[in-house]
Design a protein around this ligand. Structure first.
Ligand SMILES: *Cc1c(COP(=O)(O)O)cnc(C)c1O
Length: 228
């Protein structure tokens, strides 16, 4: 079942790349593995999905796929509480959801102690919904500058979660805006040139997100089936 889902997903990604005249290799799948059994996630790793994402540090520690299944990056895609920074720095390669300086400093400190360089992405709240995490867009450039000065964490790009819509096209303006932010930040030297990743798009809207420039699509349902 995973193989069929993955084939269908990869075909849709290819078609979206063709529509947008984009290089397929610049769009990577992040398997959103929350609540999935390790055996299933390991099947996904064996099928060469390059990134496994988890929402919770404890679940990620407990359910980490065996390295014998193949190479994968391990990403935090849920909100990170500052007091979990040390465990998160130990567990993950990349924190996609960084949205405040205090947590950035805690991650930097932990990464330094671990002798590791941790990737981060800045999560921006473009909708202004108060229940959503992410830094407000007006404060994002300032946060990026501060994080850039930290030595042990490395900004790879931006992440966002638009509001949920039944019609994926309704999310398009948010995806478009995140890409504009990235391009402006790079043009203005706020982001350095290698920080090009855009983590945006989920099962319901990844094709639109790819058309708007997504480089990391976070996919749960289309890969694993519905969560109960
Ligand atoms: C669960 C989750 C996803 C994937 O959601 P689907 O709609 O099942 O593809 C993506 N991003 C985050 C942050 C999630 O928590």
């Amino acid at each position: 079942m995973i193989a069929d889902n993955l084939n269908a997903l990869r075909r849709k990604i290819e078609r979206a790349c063709e529509r947008a005249d984009r290089d397929r290799r610049l769009v990577r799948i992040v398997a959103a593995a929350k609540t999935q059994e390790r055996a299933i996630v390991e099947e996904v790793v064996r099928a060469d999905v390059p990134i496994i994402g988890h929402n919770y540090v404890q679940e990620a520690i407990k359910e980490r796929p065996s390295t014998e299944c193949g190479h994968f990056e391990y990403h935090m895609i849920g909100h990170l509480q500052r007091n979990k920074s040390r465990k998160a720095a130990e567990t993950f390669d990349v924190i996609q959801t960084l949205d405040n300086l205090a947590t950035a400093e805690a991650l930097d400190h932990a990464a330094s102690e671990l002798g590791k360089r941790l990737g981060v992405m800045i999560q921006i709240n473009l909708s202004g919904e108060p229940q959503k995490s992410g830094i407000p867009e007006a404060d994002a450039a300032c946060l990026i500058r501060s994080v850039q000065s930290l030595k042990n964490i490395n900004i790879l790009g931006l992440m966002t979660m638009p509001p949920f819509y039944d019609d994926p096209d309704a999310a398009r303006p948010f995806f478009h805006r995140l890409r504009e932010f990235r391009d402006n930040y790079i043009a203005n030297g706020i982001l350095v040139g290698s920080a090009i990743e855009l983590s945006m798009g989920m099962t319901g809207d990844f094709e639109v997100a790819i058309e708007e420039g997504s480089t990391l699509v976070r996919i749960g349902t289309a890969l694993f089936g519905p969560r109960y």
